[in-house]
Design a protein around this ligand. Sequence first.
Ligand SMILES: C=CC1=C(C)c2cc3[nH]c(cc4nc(cc5[nH]c(cc1n2)c(C)c5CCC(=O)O)C(CCC(=O)O)=C4C)c(C)c3C=C
Ligand SMILES: [Fe+2]
Ligand SMILES: [Fe+2]
Length: 360
Amino acid sequence: MPLQSHYGKQGVMLVNLGTPDAPTPAAVNRYLGQFLTDPRVIDNLPGLAQQLLVRGIIAPVRSGIVNPFKAGGSTKLYQELWTENGSPLKYYGKVVTEKVAAALGEDYSVKLAMRYQSPSIEVALDELLAEQVSGILVFPLFPQYASATTGSVHQEVMRLLAKRQTIPPVQLVNSYYEQPELIQVFADNARDVGNLDQYDHIVFSYHGLPQRQLKKADDCNHCYVVDGCCNSISRVNQFCYSAQCHATTRAIATELNLDPDRYTTSFQSRLGFDDWAKPYTIDVLEEWAKERGAKKILCFSPAFVADCLETTIEIGVEYQEEFVKWGGERIDLVPSLNDDPRWVAALVSMIRSETREAVA
Ligand SMILES: C=CC1=C(C)c2cc3[nH]c(cc4nc(cc5[nH]c(cc1n2)c(C)c5CCC(=O)O)C(CCC(=O)O)=C4C)c(C)c3C=C
Ligand SMILES: [Fe+2]
Ligand SMILES: [Fe+2]
């Protein structure tokens, strides 16, 4: 018998990053304003300076709200990404939540939340608590831990719970970067693409992080100090985002029997002028096209569980155009997990194993 209360359902909150409510300058401005004033995302500015810079310059300029007749860069990209179902990140989040809820059955109550914009963590938490759940499993939809993503979700959940008299049993999922269930789905999706020998090279492209944040999160003075610091994972770097990304790559590559010279781990979406985790995906693509004559590249995006701006547009359109200019033919994207039944089954399996004690 578990120690905790076992009355009511087990609550589950699936949490992703968030996306604008609409592809308009006003909505993109609201989204970027909330996202980029998070001190875990832009971590090197004092609070007031960050508010002024983000809300006064970065968000208005990127969204284009400063000029009502001309959408800014980010808004244009969101307009390109938008489908009849809206933003894919939110659409697939909703579909997956419904499917996971149906598969888990009556013992569970499953909600979707977004760290920024809607549906908010606050609303999802209130709904779960109003149902008198016996406990809550907070499951960020980020396979690898970063302070800017998972850490921020955890902090927000704790901030909201800290206001309440009763703090229910809460489990915070940290990461699942090499869980066999997850690795299997990425590998199966790649197998569905066809014979991998048709590709000159395979790129595993992860969202980047400023090197400063990797160092800050490193209590063991390991990252950028020890040679090949992220090439293996152990006690000293078990929570390092970059090391976890490399571990995800190795696990997928092992599953697909890929030799190490067939693939590269790289990082995308750099913002600002500081150095981010390297190598940058765009540099890897340039090198393969210009110096090694690569024509076809296969690209995995294992930091994302659904189509989003960074996969569909940044890699699928922007990097693709550059690659062709450099003499390449095409970059094929391994489809994201989206609402793939194998991904739903993987989530159900991970949730069940995390809550086995509570749902006895
Ligand atoms: C692994 C997941 C992610 C990490 C780590 C991450 C860090 C990070 N991101 C920014 C700045 C931006 N990210 C933007 C979009 C975006 N980021 C992620 C995931 C991670 N970000 C996703 C899934 C998305 C797309 C959301 C969607 O709606 O499709 C954007 C907005 C787009 C733009 O204006 O270019 C910004 C800005 C920083 C600064 C950062 C770490 C410090
Ligand atoms: Fe991002
Ligand atoms: Fe490292």
